[in-house]
Design a protein around this ligand. Sequence first.
Ligand code: ASP
Length: 597
Amino acid sequence: MNGNGVWRRTHDNGSLRPHDVGREVTLMGWVHARRDLGGLVFIDLRDREGVTQVVANPQESDSAAAAAAQVRSEYVIAVRGVVAARPAGTENPKLATGAVEVRARELRVLNPSETPPFSIADDGPVDEAVRLKYRYLDLRRPSMLHRLRLRHRAAKAIRDFLSAEGFLEVETPMLIKSTPEGARDFLVPSRLQAGKFYVLPQSPQLFKQILMVAGVERYFQIVRCFRDEDLRADRQPEFTQVDIEMSFVDRDDVLSLGERMIASVVRETLGRDVALPLPQLTYAEAMARYGTDKPDLRFGMEIHDCSATFRGSQFQIFAQALAAGGVVCGIRVPGAAGYSRREIQELEALAKAAGAAGLVAAPLDPAGVRGPLAKHLSAATDRELRERCGAGAGDLLLFVAGPAPAASAALGRLRLDLVRLRPELRDRVGFDRARLSLVWVVEFPLFERAADGALGAVHHPFTAPLDEDLGALDTQPLSVRANSYDLVLNGVELGGGSIRIHRHDLQQRVFAALGISPGVARERFGFLLDAFQYGAPPHGGIALGFDRMVMLLAGDESIREVIAFPKTQSATDLMTGAPSEVDPAALEEAHIRVRLD
Ligand code: ASP
């Protein structure tokens, strides 16, 4: 006890062991559970580090027992007492402290608690809206504290790794001019300059490039980014990114750095090794073999382009697709030849939902393909098809015919749905949910055509084209590949980056291809272009989504689980009530008039 009667905690609730028996201790924490056996009261006392059993026995201390009888779940209490071995047979092997208990001599209520809206001790499923409203209670649950710890350890591993690699952590401003990452900006009105706005950064992209011009050479930041997008389970309006930029490097340097960093995070958080170097797929390969630029490589079931086999086929659906310049793609579903008509119809519905015009199913028996396709196949094409897809008796082949990226994309979606919905397939395709399957996808197209026909940057307008494609920049821009890369983990894009354009003339050509006039370029990022006039080193970088990374390390399916105070799908903070209306005086000062029509 210190001078003013305030007790000092001697131990946390996860630390007492048999060798502490006989020790006088003071514990503090929350009442996790309480059992009253008619005067004899057992309290599970919890803090961040664990749970210790406290026993208040009227025969040992009347006052402690009387106080213990009053406490309820989540009261904050302090207990002074003596550590004792639990009577033989009452030890709790599930608790680290389960061999001992503290016999209370004195017990103080430091603060009572209302009855919580859900049990902290149970740690079972609770409606997410309730969890978010009472996030302080939700975070008290051991599983959530575990996530906060995991996040902390991941951040520390990143800082340690990058510091050892010579990176400097530099903060960049939050109130900035727009950075083009392709999302909508959050606006912040300027009070001092009427009618003007800052935006919140979608990423520190332009600042990190300017830091390279400034000679920092190796920059990183674990930084909050803001994008006003429609939200999904793995998106939040504000999210955290591990942002990296390096000078005098080429793509291999950035990939090597990125993968060694991830391996170090996995080692420090999960104690698991990641085999390096990571595999790489070009964007074109990923699209052809998995129908997506975020392939989940935890299992096979690759897509096969069977167009050559079906060229000249009498089978109308395929003949028409091929004649229209499309493709016929197939996947082999092992051991699924016996799927019923209804099951196939369900798969067809999934394929259609993923954009396919239809699905052709071809079960295989020892003699070859059966079903409607069979009569249109010669013995030679039947064999060729089986060889191409690696299929044999008992397998099912599923085909989608149509325009090139759409057909493989639909099969790519179906491939994921099959593993999700058909547990019996998982073993057959070697799916291991616990595996961490990392892959680089490289050489994305530099440009894409937007719905309105205009060219847009797939990554951002500062991404360098591949040298060997420079010749096509002005004539066939859509064929130009970017010197860019994405890191994909278990089918989720962890992040990406690129080698940047560092020369004025090339930047002008890319702006021209994007339809960004010199005037507009000057108005939007003149400061970057100016900086580039003063000796910009060759540079490149990457940004990885930190929330997603921690989500995958935790085995969660939503980034909300690993963010202390996340927002809902409608971008609301249920605990604070943000966004909310503000005082009219504040609007006045910010020169804002609100119109709700
Ligand atoms: N700024 C990019 C992003 O946020 C990443 C990068 O190019 O480094 O996606």
